[in-house]
Design a protein around this ligand. Structure first.
Ligand code: RB5
Length: 145
């Protein structure tokens, strides 16, 4: 199960991503928002991050206008590794090296076709572990400082 969420700036792209997931038969849960009324992106990050942290979703896709604010907010949740990706290489590395459990997109930055490729690449990639696992562990050690 993939958790999907956005603010108003990411609403339109969220729709495209949801249609794409549906077309591929990938299970998802849409955590909103459900219209383009102005909202605060930290509030939109929260339900998807909680669902990833409590195991309801194995990973998440968060979208705001740039992807910046929502990734900043998501990364404040202990245990979340949110990667803002605007290209396919970063999406692959976000999973292979960083084991990102959330991918973030900029709805006003990244076109829908590229965004779909980014999502596919992220979902199809596999964490490589090894030295990368050590580095990821060090990220979470920072949370306890
Ligand atoms: C909302 O206008 C916009 O600031 C938000 O979607 C996002 O881009 C913030 O980083």
């Amino acid at each position: 199960m993939i958790g999907v969420g956005s603010d108003h700036g990411g609403f339109e792209l969220k729709g495209h991503i949801i249609e794409h997931l549906k077309s591929k038969g990938i299970e998802f849960k849409d955590f909103g928002v459900y219209n383009e009324d102005s909202v605060d992106y930290p509030d939109c990050a929260k339900p998807v991050c909680s669902a990833v942290l409590n195991g309801e979703c194995e990973c998440g896709i968060l979208i705001c206008g740039t992807g910046i604010g929502i990734s900043m907010a998501a990364n404040k949740f202990k245990g979340i590794r949110a990667a803002l990706c605007g290209d396919v290489f970063s999406a692959k590395m976000a999973k292979e090296h960083n084991n990102a459990n959330i991918i973030c997109l900029g709805g006003r930055v990244t076109g829908s076709e590229l965004a779909k490729m980014i999502v596919d690449t992220y979902l199809e990639a596999t964490f490589q572990g090894g030295r990368h696992a050590e580095r990821v562990k060090k990220i979470h050690e920072i949370e306890n400082m």
